[in-house]
Write a protein that binds this ligand. Structure first.
Ligand code: GYE
Length: 309
């Protein structure tokens, strides 16, 4: 039947390339956008993408990698929840000749041949950019509280480092409290509540630096519930560039974000296809851009992006 022929054709196409994606979970709006974009890119490139949701647990990602290798996939995309502890499972993938592309987070390893390439933004730079921005906003004088991302994850480590580098030049800028909110909205809100309590109802806090927008939005809620004005009484700066943060900036409740592209899978799939089809070795670090956005343009930027959301 016609249907039978179409199904067969569909199968033949899908059989061209199968890729496993070991995804962190759905902790943030940025992450949800990355997963959505990955599906779109796979569809465009005629790749059969198998996505596993690790619910923020490394052990689940390790299991997913083993299962992808056992399934005989053509490649693996890995968004590594934390930076360490990957060597043995990546050795198994390498022994099976399955190329692994890291997405959006880097790993610590003594053997970089364990993965083919990493597609990420420069997360140290992002911390540095938002730190410079906050310095300008506060005339280099600010008591800062910091909401860290997932403990041991490369963006949390790197964004902290970059931000600290930026404020190191200014003796009157200090991080007075710092704790992880695990990159989630609820985590950001809970930790911000405790910071506010500890800092005289928030009166001693000049700004909150959140390692991602979702925690920043959680912090905005906590600030409001404490009877203060986010964006004014306590400045809010973060990283990601998700729609809700553009909205918050347009409403005067936040003061800056650094946008990074959620399209990490696109460049990785392109590189995998080039590697498989003609042996082209990709660059080890395929770096995606990071751009600072401020309230001045937030409403227009929100509108401009609306068709994508
Ligand atoms: O900034 C955050 C997410 O690894 C770059 O992870 C990514 C980060 C992103 O949970 O929102």
């Amino acid at each position: 039947t016609a249907l039978g022929i179409m199904a067969a054709a569909g199968t033949a196409q899908a059989a061209e390339m199968v890729v496993g994606f070991a995804q962190v979970g759905s902790e943030s709006g940025w992450r949800a956008a990355e997963t959505k974009t990955a599906k779109l890119r796979a569809h465009q490139d005629k790749v059969n993408l198998r996505i596993s949701d690790a619910q923020q647990k490394q052990e689940n990602e390790i299991k997913a990698i083993r299962s992808f290798v056992a399934q005989g996939v053509d490649g693996i995309l890995l968004a590594p929840v934390v930076a360490t502890g990957w060597d043995s499972v990546l050795r198994e993938a390498r022994d099976a000749k399955v190329p692994v592309f890291l997405l959006d987070r880097q790993i610590d390893t003594s053997d970089p041949t364990l993965y083919t390439a990493a597609v990420t933004s420069d997360t140290v730079l992002e911390g540095h950019m938002i730190g410079d921005h906050l310095a300008k906003l506060t005339n280099n004088k600010c008591r800062i509280v910091e909401l860290q991302g997932t403990v041991g994850s490369s963006p949390a480590i790197n964004r902290k480092k970059g931000f600290e580098e930026a404020i190191a030049a200014h003796p009157d800028m200090k991080i007075v409290r710092s704790q992880s909110g695990d990159f989630t909205r609820s985590g950001g809100k809970t930790v911000m509540e405790s910071f506010i309590k500890a800092e005289d109802g928030g009166k001693n806090i000049c700004a909150v630096f959140a390692h991602n927008d979702d925690m920043g939005i959680g912090a905005i809620q906590a600030i409001k519930e404490a009877g203060l004005k986010p964006g004014k009484d306590i400045l809010v700066v973060s990283i990601d560039g998700v729609p809700d943060m553009f909205k918050a900036m347009a409403n005067g409740e936040a003061n800056g974000t650094v946008e990074l592209s959620p399209d990490m899978a696109g460049p990785a799939l392109k590189a995998l296809i080039a590697l498989k089809s003609n042996g082209t070795e990709p660059q080890k670090w395929i770096k995606t851009p990071s751009t600072l956005y401020t309230p001045a343009t937030a409403a227009a930027e929100y509108k401009r992006r609306a068709p994508l959301y």
